[in-house]
Design a protein around this ligand. Structure first.
Ligand SMILES: [Zn+2]
Length: 300
């Protein structure tokens, strides 16, 4: 629902986001359709679309969608004009790819293993990756960050990164925007997977759940097309639910969390131990294990 009234920058930006979201959903839409869906007046929608066109975020096609249409042509999200650097960040790996306004890849997908013992080291790696891609693309880039752990998407603060050797919050959005002078959007990695499913997979249902099993285990829920956040943005953090009170020690300091049993790192560890304690398994599983090890390593 768009905001009406107060004609200030914040409201304008909010309404721009509303229209962009509608255009992503509808793919192509007329001014009157956008006015109906956003509940803004047609002149107000026209003004916002003009600005979005000036910013090269929206394209205008003078042809009408339907022959009996009232005229005015149609609008769609502009492919050219803006590039977004998408990063999936954890303290041991940063994956990166550049996409255009329609989410079409404009670079190769690059996984880069890192060793970040401090937040500063991790931010430095992100800055270097940004400069590399920005040079390759020949333009400044916006940044979309998918961050492991608990994230406040409103303030852009990483509240807790369980796999990191540091504790406490990191002002990722603020620090990166200061250094790179560009717009940074960030959210939890599982939330980003849920959003990708929502926007990229047309076959998805109204309500669905994404479960991400890698080094740890996380999940996100999309209900009525909206991410369910829960209190303190902790929804979906299922990896540290205690499944076996007598289980092994978890990185979080407790015992028997789901991650100690079912994450890929836990499964790899179990497979290795099994091979050591069961000599016949080395022969029977030898070749199979190589494949499993390879597959798990590629997934991690
Ligand atoms: Zn735990």
């Amino acid at each position: 629902m768009a905001l009406q009234g107060l004609n200030n920058q914040r409201v304008r930006n909010f309404n721009k986001r509303v229209l962009c979201a509608l255009l992503y959903r509808e793919k192509v839409a007329s001014k009157s359709t956008l006015a109906r869906l956003s509940q803004l007046s047609i002149p107000a929608v026209g003004k916002i679309l003009d600005e979005l066109q000036e910013e090269q975020r929206v394209e205008h096609d003078p042809h009408n969608l339907h022959s009996r249409g009232l005229g005015g042509g149609s609008y769609r999200i502009a492919a050219a004009g803006q590039r977004i650097l998408c990063l999936n960040v954890s303290p041991y790996l940063i994956e990166s790819i550049v996409v255009d306004g329609l989410m079409t890849p404009c670079s190769t997908f690059t996984p880069l293993p890192i060793v970040a013992t401090t937040p500063q080291a991790m931010l430095q790696e992100i800055v270097q990756i940004y400069h590399l891609h920005s040079r390759q693309q020949g333009m400044p880039l916006k940044i979309a960050l998918s961050i492991h752990g608990q994230v406040n998407p409103l303030t852009g603060v990483s509240q807790r990164m369980q796999q990191a050797p540091w504790e406490g919050p990191v002002e990722i959005k603020y620090l990166l925007e200061e250094r790179l002078k560009t717009e940074v959007l960030l959210d939890n990695d599982c939330v980003m997977l849920g959003l990708a499913e929502k926007w990229q997979n047309n076959a998805n249902l109204q309500d669905f759940c994404v479960i991400n099993v890698d080094y740890g285990i996380g999940s996100s829920f999309v209900i009525n097309q909206q991410i369910y956040r829960g209190s303190l943005f902790g929804s979906g953090q299922i990896g540290h639910t205690i499944i076996d009170p007598d289980g092994s020690l978890c990185a979080c300091g407790r015992y028997g969390c789901l991650e100690t049993i079912a994450s890929l790192s836990a499964l790899k560890k179990k497979a290795r131990i099994q091979l050591k304690v069961t000599p016949w398994a080395q022969q029977v599983m030898g070749i199979g294990y190589l494949y499993v090890e390879q597959a798990l390593t590629e997934m991690l």
